[in-house]
Design a protein around this ligand. Structure first.
Ligand code: OAD
Length: 260
């Protein structure tokens, strides 16, 4: 039975020294920083379905289009500022230390800019790129490239066109360090390990429609110690029935109340 709770009735989360909190964030946590969610834009960008610009096939077919899509997203993300929900999560990490795990589907850096230190970007990061010749190691958390440019590199530039994108020494193109549709998210083994030992599972601002992230709550629900499962967002997600509680409201209003 899922309980719907309005913001004014949210009580601060009571945690013991044994509790471990796993937080999964989606596009909704950055919505009030001005970054549009996928749902808000009907999954479209300039008449293209997002799936058509965020796949290995799209990159092979039309790399310029893919670069333009990510360049615009870099520009928007660079202008955005963390909001009260990001700050509440930074506060929670400060309080819980290694008993807190933040896994995000977002590719912006607003969690880091709010002060979170250990953020797992399961879908990659806008401001990293890597050589497309590189091969994945350690569950996608490391890369080895024959050209010697091993791990994804920090890249503050927005690369307005493909021609300005630097190449590796062996001529390989750089690609955004993003998990595209059809690719495996980064560090899944680590995520499942952390998920399996959490006692409180919180999802913030995710429609519950994109797997594997949408299945994390079901994994938590199936654990013998039955972690508490909370969803935060203005509307129930597609997987609402898997949660014990839905704190129904915008993240900037609900999360600071929950964190206390
Ligand atoms: P969606 O756009 O599918 O869902 C955003 C969710 O945020 C919706 O359920 C909204 O109700 C909620 N929301 C909107 N405003 C909010 C607010 N102020 N506070 C809290 N919640 C709010 O985004 P995701 O579920 O994150 O994948 O999408 C998952 C993945 O699908 C993305 O990571 C991306 C996408 O295609 C890749 O790029 C691989």
């Amino acid at each position: 039975m899922t309980e719907l709770i309005e913001p004014k009735h949210i009580a601060p989360l009571e945690l013991t020294n044994e509790d471990r909190v796993f937080v999964l964030t989606g596009a909704g946590v950055s919505a009030e920083s001005g970054l549009r969610t996928f749902r808000d834009s009907d999954g479209l960008w300039e008449q293209h379905r997002v799936e058509d610009v965020a796949t290995p096939e799209a990159w092979a077919r039309d790399p310029e289009l893919v670069w333009r899509f990510y360049s615009l997203r870099r520009e928007q993300a660079a202008k955005a500022e963390p909001n009260a929900a990001h700050h509440a999560l930074a506060q929670l990490e400060q309080k819980l230390g290694e008993r807190f795990y933040l896994c995000t589907q977002n590719v912006d850096d607003l969690h880091e800019r709010a002060g979170n230190k250990r953020v797992h970007h399961m879908h990659g990061m806008l401001f990293l790129s890597r050589c497309e010749q590189g091969s994945s190691q350690n569950d996608g958390l490391r890369y080895h490239c024959p050209c010697g440019r091993d791990d994804p590199q920090a890249d503050a530039k927005s690369y307005p066109d493909l021609a300005s994108v630097p190449r590796c020494t062996d001529g390989g193109r750089l690609r955004p360090h993003i998990c595209w549709f059809g690719e495996v998210p980064f560090g899944m083994n680590q995520i499942i390990g952390e998920l399996s030992r959490c006692t409180v599972f919180i999802t913030i601002g995710s429609s519950g429609s994109v797997y594997p992230a949408a299945g994390f709550v079901r994994h938590a629900r199936g654990l013998p110690h039955n972690p508490k499962r909370i969803y935060i967002g203005p509307e129930p997600p597609d997987n609402a029935h898997e949660f014990n509680q839905i704190l129904q409201g915008p993240a900037t209003e609900t999360l600071p109340r929950l964190v206390g």
